[in-house]
Ligand binder design. Sequence first.
Ligand code: TRP
Ligand code: ZN
Length: 468
Amino acid sequence: MRANRRRVAMLAALVSVLACSPADEPPPGTTPVADSRAGAPGIGDTDFPQDGNGGYDVTHYDLAIDYTPATKRLDGVTTVRAAATQELSSFNLDLTGLDVREVAVDGSPATFSRKGDELTVRPGGVIGEGAPFTVRVTYSGMPKPAKDSANLGTYGFIPTADGAFVASEPNGSKTWFPNNDHPADKATFDFAITVPEGLTALANGEMAGQPTTAGGKTTYRWREGHPMATYLATATLGKFDLRTGTTATGIPNLAAADPKYKSSLDSLYTLSGEITDHWATVFGPYPFSSTGGVVDDYAAGYALENQTKPLYGGFDPDETIIAHELAHQWFGNSLTVKRWKDLWLNEGFATYAEWLWSEHKGRKSAEATFQELRKRPENDPMWQYPPGRAKPDDLFNSSVYTRGGMTLHALRKEIGDDTFFALLRTWAAEHRHGNVTTEQFTALAERLSGKELDALFDAWLHQPRRPA
Ligand code: TRP
Ligand code: ZN
């Protein structure tokens, strides 16, 4: 493939010389230099230089996956629809492990190579800037989860006794399908997931038709028609009891629980419905077409806000964590960070939502929680870690959650309840289904309040000490 690649590059150089030699092409006969038309191996998040890729923008993923828990083998065909944002002689997808059998671009065979978590695809011809294209990757193998030493332990595609627990934040979706694995590139998704008959496959969005069974296998089809970050994609598989219906305001609601957590099914269903409807009154219209949640028998001890279907790992979810994960449907999923350093826009907001839920229920007020946390001594680690700049090696530090939530409460006190809640709704409305930065949030807060808020945000988000 290496020799072939050089031949293609020289041919391309010759062709462009004949066409109208661009300044960046080496003269024919000289050693080819790196092709400026190669898509970058990273999307440009300097904290995660290998995550995502440059040169294209994904619009849709179509995943066909067959998984056999007994052998832990996955057979997949992923079709990515994208648009080139530059001329592309080659481009990368992110993929960890697994064997790639075939890659086709626009239906024609493409050559490819692997290095680390990068799959480099070289189509037969150069893709023009702005051109739409599709890439189909046929692959198989035993998916291995990713590991994070600081906060999370295991994430990505995690095999379980009866299937798989799939929770991929921040960059674990590449453990089970090739993709542009960074939140800055959101896309819609179709899933066709085949499992042994008797198991259930739970992905994002809504079911697209009834499951079909043939030859002892059942295929479940799901569709997420709203843009979704790759880390929120799931294909959680196993034995599940289901409860379906609609929330009081009419949003389709699906709860699923591993039989071991059967007693959680009704409370998960009821609370997910009630909380989704309540958040819509606080944050504005629910951004997706269904809600719910999944409890699986995998002792993660944490939950992930998978789009439309938060996933709870090995515990009975209570109101607080359901309130947190469903608040993420607005803050994190509809409004998604452009860079991981701004993660407090997800976790600070979802943590603050926990305090708002308690206040709503007439229990502890957000102010009481804030005052309690405020008393933590000067040497508490939270005061040393400024949450406005999440550290790549300690992304989910509890300060990003707790001090991030406190930042919002300090802001609420500064600008008053009316402006604060209008700000939350305007923020959610103006950036619905988009990508966001801290600077956009602070600018909107200043615009709506008419106040200069630099000092407040600087003290709460950026200083390694307890705000005065
Ligand atoms: N975003 C999750 C939460 O706070 C936490 C989390 C981060 C996570 N990465 C994960 C959970 C990976 C499961 C797997 O709600
Ligand atoms: Zn969270």
